[in-house]
Design a protein around this ligand. Structure first.
Ligand SMILES: C=C(O[C@H]1C=CC=C(C(=O)O)[C@@H]1O)C(=O)O
Length: 376
C-alpha cells in the first residue's frame, strides 16, 4: 500500500534514505517512505500548517513534529518537494558503516530522580484519583566525534524496517527515532489507530524471549495499563467516526528491543477530518501521558526532571486530501554535534515498582543504543 496516490514517480526506499539531509524531513513507515527535501519547518502550530495546506497546490504535503506540550511551538512545514517510495519491506534497509568505530561515553541519566518520581507517583495513586501516569527520563551520550545523523537514521531503519523511522530538523538539533506506535492514520476514508502500552524487554535467548512475551500477554498489570489507553483512544475516536471497531483483546507486537501489548483500532472518520485533526484530538493519549489526562499532565509537570520537548509528541504528514500518518515521537534521541540525548518513558500504574519502571525505560533506550552499536 502506498502513502499517497498522486505520486507521479516512485523512488527506491534506499534512495530516499541516502538523499536525507539535515534540513530534510524523513519518515519511513510500514506503508511507505516519505522524504521532504527542505520543508522549512516555519509553521509553529497545527492550525497554521493546516491553513497553509488548504491554500497550497494539490501535491503539497504537511510534514513535521509537534511537541508533547500542546501549547508549545511545533516544527511543521508544507512542501510540494516530497518524494515517496514503497516500504523497504522484509529486505529492509542495508546496515550503514557510518557509526562504526565511534566511542561513546554515557553521562547524566536521571536514574535516581526517576525512581523517586515513580515512588511519588505511586503514593499519589494510593490516595485515589490518578489511574496511570507515564513518567519519562533522559540519558546523555557523548561521541568522540560529530555524530553522523544520516548514519544513525540509516542504522535505525536497518534495525527495525517495520517501525516508524523518522528524522526532523529542530533548528539547533535533530530529532531521530524509530517509533513502534501509530497514533493515527487515515487513507481513502479508513482510519487506523494502534495504541501500545504494556511492555517487556526482548531477550537474545529465544526461550527467555518467548517467556517474556507470554508473561506480558498474561500480566494483569500490563493489560490494565493497556486498557486505559485503548478506552481513552476509543472514547475520543467514537464521536469522530461513523463506525469504529475496537478489538476486545490486545495482541503482542515486537520491536528489536521490546515486546508490547497492541490493539489495532479501525474506523471510518466523519467527512472533512484530516489525519492531523484526528491526531490532534487524540494527543496526548495515556500511552504518553496518563489518566485522567489533566491530572496526569499536572503530575508529569510536578515530578519529571526531564524537559520532554518533542519527545512523546507526534511526527508525521498529512496531504491535501486529508490522508496522512502520525506516529508517537518515542524511541528517539536529539542529536547536536557530538552530543546525543535519549528519551524514554514508562506507564506507572498502582502495581508498578520504581525499579521495574526504571528497567523498562532502560530497555526502551535499547532501540537507540542498539542502532548506535552500544547495546545488543
Ligand atoms: C512512552 C513510551 O512508550 C509508550 C509506548 C508503548 C509502551 C509504553 C509502556 O508500556 O509504558 C508506553 O506507553 C516510550 O517509549 O518512551
Amino acid at each position: 500500500m502506498l502513502l499517497g496516490a498522486r505520486t507521479p514517480r516512485l523512488d527506491l526506499a534506499t534512495t530516499l534514505l541516502r538523499d536525507y539531509r539535515p534540513e530534510s524531513f524523513f519518515l519511513s513507515s510500514p506503508r511507505g517512505v516519505l522524504l521532504a527535501d527542505d520543508p522549512g519547518y516555519e509553521l509553529a502550530s497545527a492550525d497554521a500548517a493546516l491553513a497553509a495546506l488548504a491554500v497550497a497546490g494539490p501535491d503539497a504535503v504537511l510534514v513535521g513534529v509537534l511537541p508533547f506540550d500542546r501549547t508549545g511551538p511545533a516544527r511543521l512545514g508544507v512542501s510540494a518537494a516530497v518524494r515517496r517510495a514503497e516500504p523497504a519491506g522484509a529486505a529492509g534497509f542495508p546496515r550503514p558503516a557510518a557509526l562504526d568505530g565511534i566511542r561513546w561515553s554515557r553521562g547524566e541519566d536521571n536514574a535516581d530522580g526517576y525512581r523517586a518520581a515513580v515512588s511519588s507517583a505511586l503514593r499519589r495513586m494510593a490516595e485515589g484519583e490518578l489511574d496511570k501516569v507515564v513518567l519519562a527520563r533522559s540519558a546523555d551520550l557523548t561521541a568522540d566525534r560529530v555524530i553522523p545523523v544520516a548514519g544513525l537514521l540509516a542504522a535505525l531503519a536497518a534495525g527495525d524496517p517495520y517501525a516508524y523511522i523518522y528524522a526532523a530538523d529542530l533548528g539547533d538539533r535533530t530529532m531521530v527515532g524509530a517509533s513502534p506506535e501509530l497514533l493515527v492514520s487515515q487513507r481513502n476514508g479508513t482510519m487506523v489507530a494502534n495504541p501500545l502500552a504494556g511492555s517487556a524487554p526482548r531477550d537474545p535467548h529465544p526461550g527467555r524471549d518467548g517467556r517474556n512475551a507470554t508473561e506480558l500477554l498474561r500480566s494483569a498489570k500490563d493489560r490494565r495499563e493497556h486498557k486505559v489507553v485503548v478506552d481513552a483512544v476509543a472514547d475520543v475516536l467514537g464521536p469522530l467516526c461513523r463506525s469504529l471497531d475496537v478489538p476486545a483483546e490486545p495482541e503482542l507486537m515486537r520491536t528489536g528491543a521490546m515486546w508490547h501489548l497492541s490493539t489495532r483500532i479501525t474506523g471510518t472518520p466523519r467527512d472533512g477530518l484530516t489525519a492531523l485533526d484526528l491526531a490532534q484530538a487524540l494527543h496526548p493519549t495515556p500511552a504518553v501521558c496518563g489518566h485522567p489526562t489533566t491530572l496526569a499532565r499536572a503530575v508529569i509537570g510536578e515530578l519529571e526532571t526531564v524537559d520532554r520537548g518533542f519527545y512523546s509528541g507526534m511526527v508525521g504528514w498529512t496531504d491535501t486530501r486529508g490522508d496522512g500518518e502520525w506516529a508517537l515521537a518515542i524511541r528517539c534521541a536529539e542529536v547536536k554535534g557530538d552530543a546525543l540525548r535519549l528519551f524514554a518513558g514508562a506507564g506507572v500504574v498502582a502495581e508498578s515498582t520504581a525499579d521495574g519502571e526504571l528497567a523498562e525505560t532502560e530497555a526502551k533506550f535499547g532501540t537507540l543504543l542498539r542502532a548506535l552499536g552500544v547495546a545488543r
